[in-house]
Design a protein around this ligand. Sequence first.
Ligand SMILES: [Fe+2]
Length: 256
Amino acid sequence: MVIFDEINDGPGFCLEELAPAELDFVRGLITAQYLDRIGALQHDLVPIARERGIARYHTLPTTFEHGKSWPKAARLLDPKYVTDFARMGFFRRVQAQFGASAAISHGELNWRLVRPNQPGDVGPIHADKWFWDAGYGYGSMPAGFDRFKIWVAVHTEPGANGLCVKPASHRQEWKHHFETKDGVSKPVFDEDPDAIETELLPLAAGGMVMFHDELLHGGVVNRGNTCRVSIELTVLFDRAEAVARAAALRGELALA
Ligand SMILES: [Fe+2]
């Protein structure tokens, strides 16, 4: 599989996965940050939160308001863990195809917690490029570089929660505009989201999807019995190097 071709010319995404030990490691990082935050919000909950695990967060006797308690800053892993992600198998496979200049963006090891049957826990359908265009705190891109996104299932129930995508939507223009709220410019989708047929990716824990920056996607309301936990990262790569390597790889596969 030529990842570059799947993302750019194919459906706009392709699937990869973490090894079991890598999944355990990622779960450990997220759980530690989760328990720290629980401790700050409601200290006496920590033992029971630890015992039940993050996927059963929704069963905790919380007295704080969920919607205001998990800002992005509370869900960003320390950027020092980027080097651990960069050593994992999936990223070595990315670098084997895109070149050694491919790197995980430091700005974002952002995990999310989506409770069962809570429509407010998932955002609207969008393309990540719109957020970059809005200057949404992601910084600027190095010259000659492109990017793609990775979404990793950390705790999921395939078919009941996870990420939905609109295959091949990155090759089409989608109407949107920007609105400024609290000094932050945010993209707003101008088409009927219910008219867009999306596909829920059946990703079990450890599964991941790598997708084009302009692919329409979104979370779905969690119809499972446990919380959905996921983490996202962005890969930056040198476009010219990726194009040349993809062409070489295509040639090798044609000969094989
Ligand atoms: Fe997104």
